[in-house]
Write a protein that binds this ligand. Structure first.
Ligand code: SF4
Length: 549
């Protein structure tokens, strides 16, 4: 694997030390940095195989358990029965269960039937049947014991999947359009670039110690379905003045605390240059990223301080050693909905069929069923989406009716209500140690209730349910973003509830939702609250107007 060029000079000094390696701050300034310096996260793999899987949970070094395990997609899950009020109080040892969440990275969201069946088998054999499709196209399993990890890796790797750098301060899964290569309107298919970056750099120690997590999206989809605005680096399909397809680079997007939208560098990147531009941007993050404070370590803070112009100049002069030409901005997205749900034509005359499981929650048997349904209808390709949905590709016209009815019979809805289609939920208190409230079951019950109360509601309305102030389910860019916290009920008791953010969006005019002061709801009152908002929106909406407008 190649190692990118190191910066040629050491300017760009910040007044105070932020732990930037390129400015000479190599000494770790916090515990995380110290752990990374002591031993690279990638080295934990061999210890898992040789020591921990044989010695069991109690043999695991705490620095590996709560640190380096993430480099292979492993997080301890939350001990059942601990309420959200204790999340911030209890030490990790008391919150940790002896089981793990295991994240399988699915770069580009691309799965063969064999890969899907392998995940299904692992889920059933080792994960008590759990399988959640995430909003970054991964599949997460729960209840994994350390003893089974080597066999899980063996099975995954035999079919070309991995958990390498699925979490941790690393280049995480690369998002891609589920319709790459088959969509009639796509500007360019980003699949070769996704594979190239994965093959060259994932698992490469040149990039395994970044200041924080690093999220990439590459897509030539006209619906802009990979949410490039909120990724650390994104390549968006464009056609330059000469009529050549390529990519427009964006850097510095991210939600969570201090949400920021990505900025365009204004440079045109040819398809064969994408991997080196990616390595340059990631190298800047590694070398100039702020390592002093974890909450200021994402690349967005650096981009925000430098601005796009300086970032591009450093990229070209210190990392690429050549100038990129200016390029056009992407066209406005052609579709208000980015999720690819429903039946739509491919460019080869076949159809793709996108369907909506409930808030991404699936199980091993259902994954098998999806593979069987796809195969019976002549398809060998499945895709995951960034909306916790799935898509089956390559369905012949005479198979469409049958596949739709088989999917719907499995509660995998191809024509879902707005509420089923546009509600997402993060993992929440069921498994997540940081969570304050329950999310998946709450969101699922909310969908049922809204479908019952508003059976004819057809407006677009995104509802994103998060279990804590982090933004795994993208609260700030939802029409209704719900941030889990404890709130007072009418008896003054602290109960599970949500702070409401209203009117967030991505797309043509991206905006972060407004945190309406004092606007909180208990989980119990959530259906009443959302029903009121939805009815008002329906009443006041002008033709073509979105919720954010
Ligand atoms: Fe856990 Fe919070 Fe992320 Fe939800 S948003 S998965 S509760 S960290």
């Amino acid at each position: 694997m190649s190692t990118p060029a190191r910066p040629a000079n050491r300017h760009h000094r910040r007044p105070r030390g932020e732990g930037q390696w390129a400015l000479g701050y190599r000494e770790p300034l916090n515990k995380n940095e110290e752990n990374k310096k002591n031993d690279d996260g990638l080295n934990v793999r061999q210890r898992i195989i040789d020591i921990y899987s044989k010695g069991g949970f109690d043999s695991i070094d705490p620095a590996d358990l709560r640190g380096r395990f993430r480099w292979f997609g492993l997080y301890t899950q939350r001990k059942p029965g601990i309420d959200g009020g204790k999340t911030a109080i209890l030490p990790d040892e008391e919150l940790d269960d002896r089981y793990f969440m295991l994240r399988v990275r699915i770069d580009g969201g691309q799965l063969s039937l064999e890969q899907l069946r392998t995940i299904a088998d692992i889920s059933n054999d080792y994960g008590r049947g759990t399988a959640d499709v995430t909003d970054r196209q991964n599949i997460q399993l729960h209840w994994i014991e350390i003893e089974s990890v080597p066999d899980i890796w063996r099975r995954l790797e035999a079919v070309g999947l991995s958990t390498t750098e699925a979490c941790g301060d690393t280049p995480r899964v690369i998002l891609g359009c589920p319709l790459a290569g088959i969509d009639a309107g796509e500007v360019i298919d980003g699949t070769p670039q996704i594979h190239e970056i994965y093959d060259r750099y994932v698992g490469d120690k040149a990039f395994s110690n970044l200041p924080r997590k690093f999220k990439t999206a590459i897509s030539g989809c006209t619906a802009h379905c990979t949410v490039h605005e909120i990724n650390d680096v994104a390549f968006v399909g464009v056609v330059n003045e000469q009529g050549e397809p390529g990519f427009d680079v964006w850097v510095g997007g991210g939600l969570s605390t201090n949400p920021m939208f990505a900025q365009r560098l204004g440079a045109f990147v040819r398809p064969d240059q994408v991997h080196e531009v990616w390595a340059g941007v990631t190298g800047i993050f590694r070398d100039y990223g702020y390592r002093r404070l974890r909450h200021r370590a994402r690349i967005k803070f650096l981009v925000n301080d430098w601005g796009a112009e300086k970032f591009r100049q450093v990229l070209e002069t210190e990392y690429l050693r050549y100038a990129l030409p200016d390029g056009p901005a992407p066209e406005a997205p052609q579709s208000g909905r980015r999720d690819h749900v429903g039946v739509h034509p491919q460019r080869d005359g076949n159809f793709y069929v996108g369907f909506a499981p409930r808030v991404g929650r699936l199980d091993g048997d259902t994954l098998h069923r999806i593979a069987d349904i796809a195969e019976r209808h002549g398809s060998a390709r499945i895709r995951t989406t960034v909306e916790q949905k799935m898509v089956i590709l390559d369905v012949a016209p005479d198979q469409v009716e049958s596949i739709v009815s088989e999917l719907e019979a499995a509660d995998l809805q191809v024509n879902p209500s707005t509420f089923r289609r546009q509600t997402m939920a993060c993992t929440g208190i069921e498994y997540c140690k940081i969570a304050i409230v329950e999310t998946k079951a709450t969101a699922s019950a909310l969908i049922d209730e809204l479908e019952r109360r508003l059976p004819d509601f057809a407006e677009p309305l995104t509802i994103n349910v998060n279990g804590c102030p982090n933004s795994c389910a993208r609260i700030q860019v939802a029409d209704i973003g719900l941030k889990g916290q404890l709130v007072a009920n009418d008896k003054g008791e602290q109960v599970e509830g949500f702070q409401v953010h209203l009117g967030g969006s991505i797309g043509l005019n991206p905006t972060f939702g407004r945190k309406v002061r004092g606007l909180k709801t208990t989980a119990e009152e959530l259906p009443d609250y959302v029903e009121r908002v939805a009815r008002n929106f329906e009443k006041q909406r002008n033709e073509g107007e979105t919720f954010a407008e």
